[in-house]
Write a protein that binds this ligand. Structure first.
Ligand SMILES: O=C(O)c1cccc(C(=O)CC[C@H]2O[C@@H](n3cnc4c(=O)[nH]cnc43)[C@H](O)[C@@H]2O)c1
Length: 250
C-alpha cells in the first residue's frame, strides 16, 4: 500500500469529492455529468471533466470506518491532488449558526476517541501513541486541513453573500442527541460543526500527504434530538450548489 500511495504526484491528480450518502453527492454527479465507473458498487464512484478539472466523485458510506476505508482506496487508485469532503452536519448552538448555512473546516477533531478516567474524558494524547506521525509532528485527535483551500472557499462564499462560517469540525461515533452533550463537546473543542466522517478523511489525507477541504451544509442544531427540526435536503443542496461554484472558480 505504501508504494501505491505516493506523494510525488501532488497537484496533477483529479479532484476527489466524497460524501457519506447519495443525497449528499447526487446533485454534483448530475450537474457535472459524472459517469459511473464500472465495478464500483456498493461504494459507487463517478468520473468526469467539469470546468476544466478532472473529477472523481464517490459515496463513502456513513461513519469513520466507511469514510477512511473508501478514501484510502480512492487515494491509492486515483492519487488525487485535493480531497473535498462534503455533506451535512450539526451546528453547535453557541456558534449562532442556523440550518441551511454553510460551514468550512479549518481542522478536524476526533471528538470521542480517547481515554475515560475518574476525572473525565482525555484525548488520545494521554496514551502517548500518535494517530499519525509526519514530518516530525505528532497528531492525536486533531488533523489539519488545507488552509489555502479553506480560505479560498470562505472568500468565495463571502463574495456570493452566503451565510458561511469557518472553524474546527468535530467528528463523533455517537451523533449528539442532547443539548448537554453538545455543550460538553463545544466546551472541549470550540468546534462549529459536528459530523461522523470528517476527521477520518482528514486523517487519511494527512497520512498520504493529500490536501483536503471539508464543506458541509448545516442540517440541524446539536440540541435535544428532534428530527422534525432537521433539514437534510436543504443542507445537502446548499453544500453541493456551493461546491459547483467552487469548482467553477478553482
Ligand atoms: O435519527 C434519525 O432518524 C436520523 C435521520 C437521518 C439522518 C440522521 C443522522 O444522524 C445523519 C448522520 C449523517 O449526517 C451527518 N450529520 C448531520 N448532522 C449531524 C450531527 O448533528 N452530528 C453528527 N453527524 C451529523 C453525519 O456526518 C452523518 O453522515 C439521523
Amino acid at each position: 500500500m505504501g508504494a501505491a500511495i505516493n506523494e510525488g504526484r501532488k497537484g496533477v491528480g483529479p479532484l476527489l469529492i466524497t460524501a457519506a450518502t447519495d443525497r449528499e453527492i447526487a446533485q454534483l454527479v448530475r450537474e457535472t455529468g459524472g459517469v459511473l465507473a464500472p465495478g464500483t458498487e456498493p461504494r459507487p464512484v463517478w468520473e468526469c471533466e467539469f470546468a476544466g478539472h478532472r473529477l472523481v466523485l464517490a459515496i463513502t458510506g456513513i461513519g469513520k470506518v466507511n469514510a477512511a476505508s473508501s478514501v484510502t482506496a480512492l487515494v491509492a487508485g486515483y492519487q488525487p491532488s485535493l480531497i473535498i469532503n462534503t455533506g451535512c452536519g450539526g451546528a453547535y448552538p453557541e456558534t449562532g449558526m442556523r440550518v441551511g448555512e454553510l460551514a468550512i473546516a479549518t481542522a478536524e477533531i476526533y471528538g470521542d476517541e480517547g481515554v475515560l478516567t475518574a476525572d473525565g474524558w482525555h484525548s488520545l494524547e494521554l496514551i502517548g501513541i500518535p494517530s499519525v506521525e509526519r514530518r516530525g509532528n505528532r497528531y492525536a485527535n486533531e488533523f489539519p486541513l488545507s488552509l489555502e483551500a479553506a480560505e479560498k472557499a470562505f472568500q468565495l462564499g463571502m463574495s456570493l453573500n452566503l451565510q458561511i462560517r469557518r472553524g474546527k469540525f468535530v467528528t463523533v461515533s455517537t451523533c449528539s442527541g442532547t443539548a448537554v452533550r453538545g455543550a460538553e463537546l463545544y466546551r472541549l473543542f470550540n468546534g462549529i460543526c459536528e459530523n461522523m466522517e470528517g476527521a477520518a478523511v482528514a486523517h487519511v489525507a494527512l497520512l498520504y500527504g493529500v490536501d483536503a477541504l471539508e464543506v458541509r451544509g448545516i442540517s440541524n442544531m446539536v440540541e435535544d434530538r428532534d428530527i422534525s427540526r432537521w433539514d437534510i435536503p436543504l443542507a445537502a443542496e446548499m453544500a453541493q450548489r456551493f461546491l459547483l461554484k467552487y469548482l467553477e472558480n478553482y
